[in-house]
Structure formats: structure tokens, C-alpha cells
Design a protein around this ligand. Structure first.
Ligand code: ZN
Length: 219
């Protein structure tokens, strides 16, 4: 299938004007500071882990409020693992979180572009890299097996984290999960082009416990 240049240009203009419209809307929507955003996530995870999540979600009210424009207060870079959905584990609603998920919570150019968009046009000022215990993608990298197809790309990109902790004391999988989170956060700090927003954005690291439901915030 070929895309006619005219259509491509129209799509790009629509994307740019959507961003411009959101930016304009952001003048009306107060930007949530990284500290306040973190507090909201911590409170939401405490509700979730204590099995006292907000009822009636997703609400029609949240859908109506976010239908015309979005102002997510945090970006979550998480693993695609089906047990780690950020909206659920942080007890948030439609329009609250700008979520990017790949196996092993890795970031490529598309993910970096998505982070830049959320910061520049949607007003998000907190970026959370959320790994989780017993991550299958990290486990594959620890096992050292070669994987077919594009899974191989994921394993290859996690392997440096495994190599870095291979001789460290403790459980290699736990250490590799944490190391991978640090490396992804570091990559975002180094590579995301945040322009004049860079100094107001905070990138934090966290790991999710599949058993307790608790998110541990890493130093
Ligand atoms: Zn995972």
C-alpha cells in the first residue's frame, strides 16, 4: 500500500494542530508538578494494594472530561506484561496517564517521541519507568538464549543490563530488572528532547511487585 503524499501531509498537519490545540488548552489546565504527580500515583497504588480502589471506573464523567482534550499528569513507561496495567495498579482513570508499554519497558524512537509529545503538548511533568518482578523479557535475557524474530531485538537490548549485574551479589533476575529500569530511565534523560521543559520534568524509577500489588520507588 502506498500513501499519497497529500494524505501524509494532511495527517502531519492534523497531528501538529492537535498538539497546538492541546498546548493552547494547557494554558487553562494547571500543570501538575512532578511532586504532586508522584503523590497521586503513590496514593493510588496504596488504594490498589489495599484492595480499596475507587469504584465506578472508568466513569462516564472522566470520559466526557477528556473527550475533547487530554491533560495526563504523568507518563508511564511500563512493561507490556498483562499483569502490570498502570491505570489499574495506580488506581487512575481515563485521561490521567500517558502510557507507553513494551516488553521489558524498553524505549525506542517511537517511545521517546511519545514522551516528548506528552511533555511538550499535554503538560505531563513526571515520567515513571515502571519495571516489575519476574519480568519475562528480562528473564529471557538472563537465560542468554537467542530468540527468533523481533523478540531477539528485545532480548539483545536488555542483555547489557544483565551483563552489568552478572557478578553482583543477590538474585540475578531481580538485579537485572532493576538495572534495566535504571538504564531505560537514563536513556530517557539522555535522549528525550524536552527543550525548555527539560528542567521541570522529573524521571523516576519504580518496580512493581506482582504478589503484593505494591510499587516500590527506586532511589
Ligand atoms: Zn515484563
Amino acid at each position: 500500500m502506498t500513501i499519497h503524499p497529500k494524505h501524509l501531509i494532511a495527517a502531519l498537519v492534523a497531528f501538529a494542530s492537535a498538539g497546538a490545540a492541546s498546548a493552547a488548552n494547557n494554558h487553562d489546565a494547571p500543570v501538575v508538578s512532578p511532586e504532586a504527580a508522584l503523590a497521586k500515583l503513590q496514593a493510588g497504588n496504596a488504594r490498589y494494594a489495599a484492595k480499596s480502589v475507587s469504584s465506578e471506573k472508568p466513569t462516564a464523567k472522566a470520559r466526557a472530561a477528556s473527550a475533547q482534550s487530554q491533560h495526563p499528569f504523568a507518563v508511564i513507561v511500563g512493561c507490556a506484561d498483562s499483569r502490570t496495567s498502570p491505570e489499574i495498579v495506580f488506581d487512575q482513570n481515563l485521561g490521567d496517564l500517558f502510557v507507553i508499554r513494551t516488553a521489558g519497558n524498553l524505549v525506542d524512537d517511537y517511545a521517546l517521541g511519545s514522551i516528548e509529545y506528552a511533555v511538550e503538548h499535554l503538560g505531563a511533568r513526571l515520567v515513571v519507568v515502571l519495571g516489575h518482578e519476574r519480568c519475562g523479557a528480562v528473564k529471557a535475557a538472563v537465560a542468554g538464549a537467542s530468540a527468533p524474530g523481533h523478540v531477539g531485538s528485545i532480548v539483545k537490548d536488555i542483555r547489557p543490563a544483565v551483563t552489568a549485574v552478572n557478578k553482583s551479589p543477590g538474585d540475578v533476575l531481580v538485579n537485572a530488572v532493576n538495572e534495566n529500569i535504571y538504564r531505560v530511565a537514563d536513556k530517557i534523560c539522555r535522549k528525550a528532547v524536552l527543550g525548555d521543559k527539560a528542567s521541570s520534568v522529573r524521571v523516576v524509577r519504580a518496580v512493581y511487585d506482582l504478589d503484593s500489588g505494591k510499587v516500590e520507588w527506586l532511589k
